[in-house]
Design a protein around this ligand. Sequence first.
Ligand code: ADP
Ligand code: MG
Length: 364
Amino acid sequence: MAKITLSNLAHSYLPNPKSEADYALKEMDHVWDDGGAYALLGASGCGKSTLLNIISGLLHPSEGRVLFGDEDVTDAPTAQRNIAQVFQFPVVYDTMSVRENLAFPLKNRGAKPAYVAERVQTIARMIGMEDVLDRKARGLTADAKQKISLGRGMVREDVNAILFDEPLTVIDPHMKWELRTQLKSLHREFGHTMIYVTHDQTEALTFADKVVVMHDGRVVQMGTPEELFETPAHTFVGYFIGSPGMNLLDAEVRGKTAHIEGVEIPLEATYTAPQGRTQIGVRPEFASLSTGHQGLPVTVTRVEDVGRHRIVRADFLGQEINIIASEGAEIAADATRVIFDPARVNVYVDDWRLSPETAQGKAA
Ligand code: ADP
Ligand code: MG
């Protein structure tokens, strides 16, 4: 197993890229820790598969290096990288039985028959296919074939990393949950570095210790679920993660106050006059309705009951502000203001989170 380093990595599918827009992956520097369970999360087309295929060696990056441990593998073919990869759609050998499919990566490496038999049995149990081990893969449903693909990705214990590219797309919802749980327990047991690509925040947040959020060819944040929730580094992380996502409002920020349409919003920290488009970002969890005279004037347009809490949709000069209210909390008829917890207000300039100033100077 190995730590994976991406050094000045960038990729363009064009032969002569000219501007940044020509790059599917903009330049990035990253280290993926040995043994980490990562989710690579982002909308369709943001570059997730491109990045995964560069790590596995299916794609040669146009710029930069890929290191496994201290070894530069940029020019090494996939086979030499000792990586297992599971794709979005099943890749199975139709003429082989389920057992032979699962055994293939082990036999290919010359594993002993007794070990192969035992390992295949273990994996078959994990993916719920013990009963069909001797069936030919041909004729099985897409769902079953994908489980075989997953099993094949997990069968080897000696890999540097296991890469999953949206592997549960064709799996039914109940089995999805079950397989994700299995992947997590496999991670706990063997400690492989795992990178799991998904566009689904629930999948990402439940699977990973660290979530890597991509947007438009860039990694915009690598953090724990808590970090993504509390201090989104980029406005994209704010609104992509959470339901509903973070409220973003254009503001003028001076010192410890944000000004929006003549209303003063207290901040916990001090900011020096930011240059560029300035916004404040507040998650709905940290916004509340008030009957007082402080805060932004709003009109409540809708209240949605979503089980453990309610989502209040409020209108502020044509812009929607979302507020999460607890189930029992009364929503007063004369609540015409929304206030924010000052400690939970983030400041963004041109979409990137601004670090507040500390007594010692700028925070990291
Ligand atoms: P994701 O996996 O996040 O959906 P991809 O990595 O597949 O995103 O794609 C990133 C960008 O690169 C997209 O704009 C896509 O159209 C482009 N792209 C992906 N594969 C190729 C390719 N083989 N040739 C040219 N452009 C590609
Ligand atoms: Mg993809």
